[in-house]
Design a protein around this ligand. Structure first.
Ligand SMILES: NC(=O)c1ccc[n+]([C@@H]2O[C@H](COP(=O)([O-])OP(=O)(O)OC[C@H]3O[C@@H](n4cnc5c(N)ncnc54)[C@H](OP(=O)(O)O)[C@@H]3O)[C@@H](O)[C@H]2O)c1
Length: 256
């Protein structure tokens, strides 16, 4: 037996309970993983609260990703003890996901967890961070290079947006982070600062505040922000509504 969050449907309502689960209840798969960490993705919140049509099969264990160690393997590619990470593949939607102490999975979905990462770190990045990284790589593939101009991240205080800000600043881009929550500007500026903390001699750009997601209304520069190399915090938006903050980083990719 092991513990899992199990979702069932009662009428049109979703019932979520943390309960012991018998191994016999596990779905089919050739690999059993002892789950160490998972994330709570927005999709998981929708699934657990029953507010979105996320779950396609009942009962369901939510959790769109997981990291852990293989317990038993019927695949020649994996052995007990291997550290793995899984994201996507219908986890938490069509097959049981990561909010469980154990998962039975198709071995083709597994990725080896690189030595440098603990399971906790991998899931701190999570599917949202993985998505942000794919977006940053896609921009690179389309030829975007540091110095080409500002990169606008909308929904910047969200899961994908916040990691995109950190990654892009870490890659050396000038990031304009657009958020509807002015209270998050300091947090976003902090992400840019941390990502660019290894920058020693990069040109400084001020942050901007704007009244729209397009960051069209630039505000006056200010030196009020901390003087971290490669980064200068800027003015705070004076009015409510969506606001932006910008930063420049020139640390190597992957340093954030
Ligand atoms: N999370 C994942 O693993 C994942 C994977 C693939 C694709 N996606 C997609 O990526 C997008 C972001 O996902 P997320 O997980 O980062 O969601 P999230 O954490 O909820 O962030 C979404 C952000 O969008 C902004 N936003 C919300 N309502 C808005 C509105 N009416 N107008 C303008 N901006 C608004 C908010 O940014 P501020 O708080 O800064 O205002 C919010 O924090 C979604 O479209 C999602 O489907 C996510």
């Amino acid at each position: 037996m092991f513990n899992a969050i199990v979702l069932t449907q009662e009428g049109k309502a979703t019932k979520a309970e943390l309960r012991p689960v018998d191994e016999k209840e596990l779905p089919s798969g050739d690999v059993d993983v002892a789950v160490e960490y998972s994330t709570i993705n927005y999709k998981d919140a929708l699934a657990i609260t029953g507010r979105g049509a996320i779950v396609k099969k009942w009962p369901m264990v939510p959790g769109i990703d997981l990291a852990g160690r293989i317990e038993t393997s019927g695949s020649p590619d994996w052995k007990a003890g291997d550290r793995v990470v899984v994201t996507g593949w219908g986890l938490g939607e069509t097959t049981w996901g990561g909010l469980s102490q154990k998962a039975r999975l198709d071995s083709r979905w597994l990725l080896a967890l690189p030595e440098a990462y603990s399971a906790r770190q991998a899931m701190a990045v999570g599917t949202a961070g993985f998505t942000a990284a794919l977006c940053a790589r896609a921009l690179e593939r389309h030829g975007l290079e540091p110095g080409d101009g500002e990169v606008l991240v909308t929904g910047a205080a969200g899961g994908v947006g916040s990691i995109a800000v950190a990654i892009l600043a870490g890659m050396g881009h000038t990031v304009v982070a657009s958020t509807g929550r002015p209270t998050e500007i300091e947090y976003l500026e902090g992400l840019g600062r941390r990502a660019s903390s290894t920058a020693r001699a990069s040109p400084r750009r001020s942050a901007c505040g704007a009244s729209s997601t397009a960051c069209s209304a630039r505000r006056a520069r200010t030196s009020a922000g901390p003087s971290t190399p490669g980064w200068r915090g800027g003015s705070r938006p004076a009015r409510s509504g969506r606001a932006s903050s910008a930063g420049r980083g020139s640390a190597p990719a992957g340093s954030s």
